[in-house]
Design a protein around this ligand. Structure first.
Ligand code: DON
Length: 579
């Protein structure tokens, strides 16, 4: 088996991309036919593909496929390995969503392993006595943590759709935690940036710094013995160990020492849920993406419905018309997100309306081609009449028609910054994804309302958008991204780059991105778009803001019997490996 060099796919990429060179010659050609003459080349495989944000996780997932495991086996193995190799965002102290598509049965299912609010949570728990939302409380205290779902979610995926035992899927992660791995530059930079938060708590400091208190340097070995022991207990006793065994005790003790809310009962009561993904169509493709408690699926389908009526391919990638229309669709979707989206186990969400073509027609009628609609002229629409009734993303596909799209998170890089003493993992600060107070933005500037208020046992609204696109009943594009509020728009752009602009998957994930989320009323732009185009957008009334890299969309396209992997150059450790 090959051992990939970190970031080998894109070390040579200049940060500013030349947009023109990304364009593919013809949409009529398949992915394999458009590779010659391209500037960006995907990894190619004939029997499967893994694309993750860390080369060590890609390596162990690749090994599982090579030894005959299926895509779910590889995904669960990668999921646990990332918790070790990318402790800032890969996680067992957090939660997420996994989409699984099985071509043979035609089924696409979603595993919801999002965190839940503890039973002791209250609607106003992050407000002071004057009713002001206190960001510090929802982000950096023990109360910021939702009940973690990852261990239960990955175990459920394996049980239902995998062939490996949990112990087998955990073995590489345990080895990486025990033996350690060589620290890359990104690790060192991350710890330096978050230093203040990581030194606040003894257990976190012990996890991320050497015994003498100094930070790790590039090339040194980073070992996580407490995490190895936690994973080993789960391997020996099963997923319930995390929720009812010694790990649960360690979490509860941590909570009790620091006024946290998670109890033994909260942990024992946690259950992942198998859900139906959101579904729509786009130019003859079937789009499946995560349903509530994520907003991602509803809004990617909604935006694609709005955009399908325009000839985006003819307008061209990076053209002012294309970018303008995308921004207008984004604003309208995010306005609805703020009003309507929440956990459907607790609130009614007009999902059929939001994802209906009739509603998209109504929203599109309000879009002018020559003028940006100011966000204060956009309120949430009325989907009801149409109602017929540092996060980590990885994509994996096998040769038997099974594809997995997984996004999971502890919310911020390093979550709350609080490690569970003796257990070796960070707690999420996912409670900040609830609306601490209606109308008050969360860390990503996202506004939530009543639908996303805090309630015991409820799942906080997410933007995570693991997505699988099928063509003629076959898995075609597997994608998704981290990036907070930018997740949905990043995923949208990968889909459009492949379907509208005919890009190969490496070009599609590398191309510069834009983002609008209704409020604040600004169009965020990565480096790489033409200054002339940006002037045209300003002339239409868009307020532009240059933004550093958005998202990290590790993606796969399957076409003509080949697997194409696109590792996102925005993460230095990204790696796609075909077999
Ligand atoms: O669930 C959500 O939407 C957020 N907690 C995701 C956070 C995230 O993507 C941070 N990473 N870049």
């Amino acid at each position: 088996m090959r051992f990939p060099t970190p970031g080998r796919l894109h070390r040579a990429l200049a940060p500013r991309l030349l947009v023109g060179a990304l364009l593919a010659p013809s949409l009529a050609l398949g992915q394999s036919a458009i590779l010659e003459g391209e500037r960006f080349h995907p990894e190619v495989g004939t029997h499967g593909m893994v694309a993750t944000s860390h080369f060590l996780a890609s390596e162990v997932a690749h090994e599982v496929l090579a030894e005959g495991g299926n895509a779910v086996d590889a995904a669960v193995t990668a999921g646990f390995a990332l918790a070790v190799t990318q402790p800032r965002s890969g996680n067992i102290g957090g939660g997420g969503f996994m989409l699984i598509s099985d071509e043979a049965s035609g089924e696409v299912i979603a595993i919801d392993y999002r965190e839940t609010a503890p039973a002791g949570a209250t609607e106003t728990m992050f407000q002071d006595e004057d009713g002001n939302a206190v960001a510090e409380w929802s982000r950096f205290t023990h109360r910021a943590a939702g009940v973690p779902g990852t261990v239960a979610g990955l175990a459920l995926a394996l049980e239902e759709y995998g062939t490996l035992s949990l112990a087998e899927a955990l073995a590489p992660a345990i080895r990486l935690a025990e033996e350690g791995f060589t620290v890359p530059q990104r690790f060192v930079d991350g710890v330096a940036e978050a230093g203040e938060r990581l030194t606040r708590w003894d257990a976190t400091r012990a996890m991320f710094y050497k015994e003498d208190g100094s930070p790790y340097a590039v090339g040194e070995t980073f070992r996580q013995p407490d995490l190895a022991a936690t994973l080993q207990r789960i391997a020996e006793q099963g997923a319930r160990e995390f929720y009812e065994g010694e790990t649960a005790e360690l979490i509860v003790a941590e909570m009790q020492r620091h006024d946290g809310l998670i109890t033994r009962e909260d942990l024992a009561g946690y259950r992942p849920v198998i859900r139906e993904p959101s579904h729509g169509t786009y130019r003859g493709h079937d789009i499946y993406a995560m349903s509530p408690p994520s907003s991602g699926g509803a809004h990617i389908v909604q935006m694609l419905n709005i955009l399908e009526a325009y000839d985006i391919g003819a307008m061209g990638f990076g053209a002012a018309d294309t970018m303008h229309l995308m921004a207008e669709a984004m604003k309208r979707a995010y306005a609805d997100r703020a009003e309507y989206l929440g956990d459907t186990d607790f609130v009614e969400v007009p999902l059929d309306g939001i994802t209906s073509e009739g509603y998209a027609d109504a929203l599109r009628a309000g879009i002018a081609i020559d003028r940006a609609t100011p966000s204060d002229e956009i309120a949430a629409g009325d989907p009801a009449p149409f109602e017929s009734n540092e996060t980590t993303h990885f994509s994996i596909a096998d040769d038997d028609g099974l594809a997995v799209s997984n996004t999971y998170t502890i919310n911020f890089s390093y979550g709350s910054g609080i490690a569970v003493e003796g257990a070796g993992f960070l707690l999420n600060n996912e409670m900040d994804d609830f609306s601490a107070k209606p109308g008050v933005p969360n860390a990503y500037g996202l506004i939530g309302g009543e639908a996303n208020r805090i309630e015991p046992g409820k799942r906080m609204l997410s933007s995570m958008t693991p997505t699988i696109v099928k063509r003629d009943g076959e898995n075609y594009l597997i994608t998704g991204s981290p990036g907070g509020s930018r997740i949905i728009t990043t995923t949208l752009q990968v889909v459009m780059n492949v379907i509208d602009h005919g890009m190969n998957i490496q070009s599609a994930v590398s191309a510069p991105r834009l983002h609008h989320q209704w409020l604040p009323d600004e169009l965020r732009i990565e480096a790489g778009f033409s200054p002339d185009t940006l002037s045209l957008l300003e002339a239409r009334g868009h307020t532009l803001r240059q933004q550093s890299a958005m998202g990290a969309a590790q993606s796969i396209v399957i076409d003509d019997g080949r697997f194409y992997g696109g590792a996102d150059p925005r993460r230095a450790t990204s790696s796609a490996m075909g077999l």
